[in-house]
Ligand binder design. Structure first.
Ligand code: GMT
Length: 376
């Protein structure tokens, strides 16, 4: 059965936007009609896809309003698309504002539509502690026809923070395994001045304080005391200037390559030996999955959904937040034994294909759509 599905998310760079867009592309590939209702074209919608439509939410600034009314404009656009395209499902990413906009749109529209809300973490772990938003988040969750979260841990946090007994189902992040796989990177290492005998560490994020970039750099600095290595920093964000200061202070300018935002991550991951993901909050950690799919083991923190992604001692290691000594010890230990490192590489890739395969995860979302539409 093919459905008409509306998808709303923040379309800019960020895990939730990536997951929402990849899901839309996969659903369209399976014959569903997918309508993105977003403020700009999702950045991963980089070419023409049959069955994918885009409805732009144009937010205008009016002199009478203090702030541009994004939420109201989105709700209004959603209602228009629900009725015109006869949407069966409106799948929104984030409880606030998107689930709230969807609820309003459903009331405005004449065509019956079901709302599926996916929680990604930031909407719960940051906004859920705000007393003014908590009732709104709870309302968004409880009024949705189905709610999913990207890890079991996020479900527990949601129940605890928002005090709701609403059934929430875990649907993990996934990646497009045709894109994320070990690829031939040619002379990329050479072009970055990386010697053959040097190990390559990689960190990819939006450089927000929760990502604890200082721990990544400090761990790397300790690792460098035992082995020759380079660190690739990919992404951009508010903590990048402080990261540059720390790199200078630790005299690592020649060892840390700050590459900014990059598109072709599979190539960069394919020249990497270990990913460092040392966040203090992470409801899943999509980048860990991207790394593992390219055969890169991940050393991550033992928080949030990360332990559901990394299998400690099999596909990477888990360390406590801020324990840079433990991170460096585990990294050196892994690289000291090429046989074990190779086993980790293989296990990481196999685990992604088995547990987080796009086909498996997309089928889980389809089953949820079927359930809310047909009620079984
Ligand atoms: O990590 C970020 O800062 C971006 C954030 C987002 O809302 O786009 O990512 C969240 O959603 C991703 C997709 O579900 C998860 O893989 C990330 O772990 C999650 N980030 C946090 O919980 C901090």
């Amino acid at each position: 059965m093919n459905y008409r599905i509306g998808i709303s998310c923040y379309p800019t760079v960020g895990g939730s936007g990536v997951v929402a867009t990849e899901l839309g592309k996969q659903l369209a590939g399976k014959g569903h009609d997918v309508h993105f209702i977003t403020s700009s074209i999702p950045f991963r919608l980089d070419r023409v896809y049959p069955n994918v439509y885009y409805h732009e939410v144009q937010v205008n600034q009016y002199a009478v309003f203090q702030h541009p009314p994004y939420d109201l404009t989105l709700a209004s656009k959603m209602a228009e698309v629900i009725d015109r395209e006869k949407l069966d499902i409106l799948h929104v990413h984030y409880a606030v504002p998107h689930a709230i906009c969807a609820i309003l749109a459903k009331q405005m529209a004449s065509h019956p539509v079901k709302i599926v809300t996916t929680l990604h973490g930031t909407d719960i772990t940051i906004l859920g502690v705000d007393r003014t938003l908590k009732p709104l988040i709870k309302f968004g969750i409880e009024t949705s026809d189905a709610v999913t979260a990207v890890s079991d841990n996020l479900i527990s946090q949601t129940h605890e923070l928002v005090q709701t007994s609403k059934k929430i189902q875990t649907v993990y992040n996934f990646i497009d395994e045709r894109e994320y796989r070990p690829v031939e990177s040619g002379d990329l290492k050479e072009r970055y001045g990386i010697q053959e005998h040097e190990a390559v560490f990689i960190h990819i994020s939006n450089f927000r304080p929760v990502k604890r970039i200082q721990d990544v750099i400090r761990s790397f600095s300790l690792i460098r005391k035992s082995i020759k290595a380079k660190l690739l920093l990919i992404g951009d964000g508010q903590d990048l200037p402080a990261a540059r200061d720390l790199i200078r202070q630790l005299e690592l300018e020649n060892e840390v390559l700050v590459l900014g935002s990059q598109k072709h991550l599979a190539e960069l991951l394919s020249i990497s030996d270990i990913m460092l993901l040392l966040s203090e909050k992470e409801s899943f950690g999509l980048v860990a999955l991207e790394a593992m799919a390219c055969g890169v083991p991940v050393i991550g923190t033992n928080i949030g959904g990360i332990p559901e992604v990394i299998r400690d001692g099999v596909t990477g290691y888990l360390c406590e937040v801020g324990d840079v000594e433990a991170v460096s010890k585990k990294a050196v230990q892994l690289l000291d034994d090429p046989v074990i490192h190779k086993q980790f590489r293989q296990a990481a890739r196999e685990d992604v294909l088995k547990r987080f395969h796009a086909d498996k995860i997309v089928a889980e979302y389809e089953a949820i759509y079927k359930h809310v539409i047909e009620g079984n």
